[in-house]
Design a binder for this molecule. Structure first.
Ligand code: AMP
Ligand code: MG
Length: 415
């Protein structure tokens, strides 16, 4: 049997380095940038007010007090968005709003609350305003370049774009951005027993769940996933669907039809070609396969054939596909791993690396010994989708381990 690490390496070799595409900044959520984003101008681009208030020359209101306020004529009104240069003459003030450009000559802003001005909606603007205190020069001004200087690297290459990063790129005036391309992945489920959810079920049939599950896992991993509904266990039918699916795919993932039974459609259809079927020393997920499919245009499309048992399918995806898939899109390959304390005794099959479903405190708070506690859940059977759905961690038990008592320290992948 092949070890998990060996099979991981072979699967990862199916993936190439990230490819670059330009996409609209607004569509780039979750994608990794390829270049440094350099600020073409300073931010802020001009000195502007940090407050709703009055722009002044600080000297003009020096010494103002509640007992002896200084009154200045209000000669202008500067809302945000005012373009063109405004100059403030000595001995005057201008109403100014947050984000509005500071007039030339002004060196401070006094918030309206510290004046007798009234900004209420139906109030007619005052012709003069009284200041009951002085102001330090430079106060309440956002200086040009105080956030980013022109030419600064605002976001380094390789940044995964979240909401704030998309905001920053937009603020820099960028409409599109070069990012690592999302891979297009097609999921092809096989099994004559499978029925599309929502349709009536006969005795002996089950609802098809791997297609939607793997598509969701792929989407969460950052890929563009699509699901071709199941094909029956018929080699000709399968190959026809595979050819159709490969036309616009960077990767094909099949589910089912790779184990040791009869009617193993994927194995039968591909065994003679450039796909290798192997047993991997793990539980769940022993039967695996990977290689290439030659599409009708003669293009070599990577293909990974997962076992059909739902738990095996998703665990195999986590162990073999998710890390290199993400790396090929410039994203961090690995989920967080932590050392955790086992909450109960466990047993594990000899010679197989086991990925047990487990539950850790969602807040990731440590237990008594300062470590996170992980509680194994559900029996080992690969059909127990319910326990997979209840798990938020995989407990990674080495192939050489056959039993561990509660309290042992184990390696846990936090999902
Ligand atoms: P197979 O790998 O095709 O031998 O399937 C192993 C087990 O997984 C069988 O019990 C199948 O019915 C089940 N199975 C296979 N494919 C799916 C699927 N797409 N959705 C739900 N269960 C499946
Ligand atoms: Mg099957």
């Amino acid at each position: 049997m092949r070890s998990v690490a060996e099979h991981q390496k072979i699967v990862s070799e199916l993936f190439g380095p990230p490819e670059t595409v330009r996409v609209a900044v607004a569509d780039a959520l979750g994608m990794a940038t390829v270049d440094d984003a350099v600020a073409a101008f300073a931010m802020p681009a001009f000195d502007n007010s940090a407050m709703d208030g009055y722009a002044v020359r600080a000297d003009d209101i020096a010494g103002a007090s509640a007992a002896e306020p200084v009154r200045l004529p209000v000669v202008d009104d500067i809302p945000a968005g005012r373009t063109g240069l405004v100059t403030l003459a000595p001995g005057t003030t201008a109403r100014i709003m947050t984000g509005a450009p500071l007039p030339d000559g002004a060196d401070a802003v006094v918030p309206v609350e510290l004046t007798d001005g009234d900004f209420s909606v139906d109030h007619v603007p005052d012709s003069t305003v009284g200041f009951s205190s002085g102001v330090e020069a430079g106060k309440h001004i956002r200086r040009e370049g105080s956030d980013i200087a022109r030419g600064d690297v605002a976001l380094p290459a390789g940044t995964v774009l979240g909401a704030a990063q998309i905001g920053l790129l937009s603020a820099l005036g960028l409409a599109d951005v070069a990012v690592a391309r999302r891979l297009r992945v097609v999921v092809l489920s096989t099994g004559s027993e499978l029925v599309e959810p929502g349709k009536p079920l006969q005795h002996g049939q089950i609802y098809e769940s791997n297609g939607a599950m793997l598509t969701a896992a792929l989407t969460e991993a950052g890929a563009l996933a699509r699901h071709v509904h199941f094909v029956p266990d018929d080699v000709a039918d399968f190959l026809e669907r595979l050819d159709e699916a490969s036309a616009d795919a960077d990767l094909i993932i099949t589910s089912g039809g790779v184990s040791a039974g009869a009617y193993e459609v994927v194995k039968e259809a591909l065994d003679a070609g450039p796909v290798e079927f192997v047993k991997v020393a793990m539980q769940p997920g022993m039967p695996q396969g990977c290689g290439h499919h030659l599409d009708p245009a003669g293009r070599r499309v990577p293909i990974i054939t997962l076992p059909g048992n739902p738990v095996s399918s998703l665990v195999s995806f986590e162990v073999f596909i998710r890390p290199p898939l993400r790396a090929a899109m410039g994203l961090s390959p690995d989920r967080p791993r932590v050392a955790a304390t086992l909450g109960s005794d466990i047993r594990s099959p000899e010679g197989k690396r086991q990925f047990m479903r487990g539950v850790v405190d969602e807040s990731l708070l440590p237990g008594v010994d300062g470590r996170l506690v992980v509680e194994p859940i559900g029996p080992p059977g690969s059909h127990h989708l319910r326990y997979l759905a209840g798990a938020n961690a995989l407990i990674d038990i080495p192939a050489t381990t056959t039993a561990l008592p509660a309290g042992s320290v184990v390696n846990v992948v936090v999902l």
